[in-house]
Write a new protein. Structure first.
Length: 308
């Protein structure tokens, strides 16, 4: 949806941008929740430098509280949803996502208790330079592998805690140690899945399509592009196809593999990647505009965009 920049007047108030709207929501939620709660508004920097307006409702009785992102509520407000309804929805999100019981997070201070669920994911280096200054990472092509703790909790469900430099200091560990753990854990916790592109397209169109492309992701389809660095995986796929592979970064969640012998005009693929990223992929989920090539005999990946 195209964002409207004009002034919007609803509920006898005027809000001209998301920041003003977020402040109004924060103040209104604070009044509705009462003195037993503290409501905070903060900007949260996500992947690729995307900044979201986060609302946190704190209670002395709870040690954890969800961050409620207001950007989608702003879009609803722009489309005409009343502020009163939005406030009710925000409070419902808080009530539905706040753990009923306090959660003991003291285990996170002990490296031995977290190391078996340390994983890695791929992000774009250039788009995340500010973030990369704060977190341990390993550079790969125009991408960076960063690390997170993949938690699985009866109360919290599934999620991830990004590992920062201060966590390494607390654990007295190194980037190399994190890399060793993550290389083992990520493949175990997030096993790869290889789809035929036609199989994936059928989910959306209902039609059978015979296309030579394959989609590489993980079973959860979350940060599945990381599978391209799984030890020996591309070699196995390329050997099975008996061909080198072009790798198109569809998003942070998957990459598209195309046998080299099927490509006649590789120059066009670079433009396709950029066009798809601009038109079809959320800014937060873009992996790269680059075209990669896997050399089967040399067992290495090249960034073809660097040579253009």
């Amino acid at each position: 949806m195209e964002k409207k920049r004009n002034t919007i007047k609803l509920d006898n108030m005027t809000y001209t941008n998301i920041r003003c709207f977020a402040e109004a929501v924060s103040q209104s939620v604070s009044r509705k929740m009462g003195d037993r709660y503290e409501v905070k508004l903060q900007e949260v920097r996500k992947n690729n430098g995307v900044v979201l307006q986060g609302l946190i409702i704190l209670s002395a009785e709870k040690n954890l509280s969800p961050t409620i992102y207001l950007n989608s509520f702003w879009e609803m407000y722009v489309s005409g949803t009343s502020l009163e309804r939005i406030l009710r929805m925000v409070i419902e999100v808080y009530e539905q996502n706040t753990p009923a019981d306090n959660v003991d997070m003291s285990f996170f201070r002990d490296y031995e208790k977290v190391r078996q669920r340390i994983c890695y994911k791929l992000i774009n280096t250039r788009k995340n330079r500010s973030l990369l200054e704060q977190i341990p990472h390993v550079d790969l092509l125009d991408l960076s592998l960063c690390f997170y703790y993949a938690y699985e909790d009866k109360v919290l469900g599934s999620g991830a805690i990004l590992i920062h430099n201060n966590h390494m200091e607390m654990w007295n560990c190194t980037t190399e140690m994190l890399m060793q753990e993550a290389a083992r854990n990520t493949e175990r916790i997030y096993p790869m899945h290889l789809y035929q592109m036609g199989e994936l397209l059928k989910e959306y169109t209902g039609e059978n399509m015979d296309v030579p492309m394959k989609v590489l992701t993980n079973e959860q389809r979350c940060h599945g592009a990381t599978c391209m660095v799984y030890q020996g995986l591309l070699k196995k796929i390329a050997d099975r196809m008996e061909d080198d592979l072009y790798i198109l970064p569809s998003s942070i969640h998957e990459v598209i593999l195309l046998p080299a012998s099927e490509v006649e005009e590789k120059e066009k693929m670079q433009d396709i990647i950029q066009e798809v990223n601009r038109a079809c992929v959320d800014p937060e989920e873009i992996l790269s505009d680059s075209l990669y090539f896997y050399h089967r005999k040399e067992n290495r990946i090249n960034n073809l965009s660097n040579s253009q």
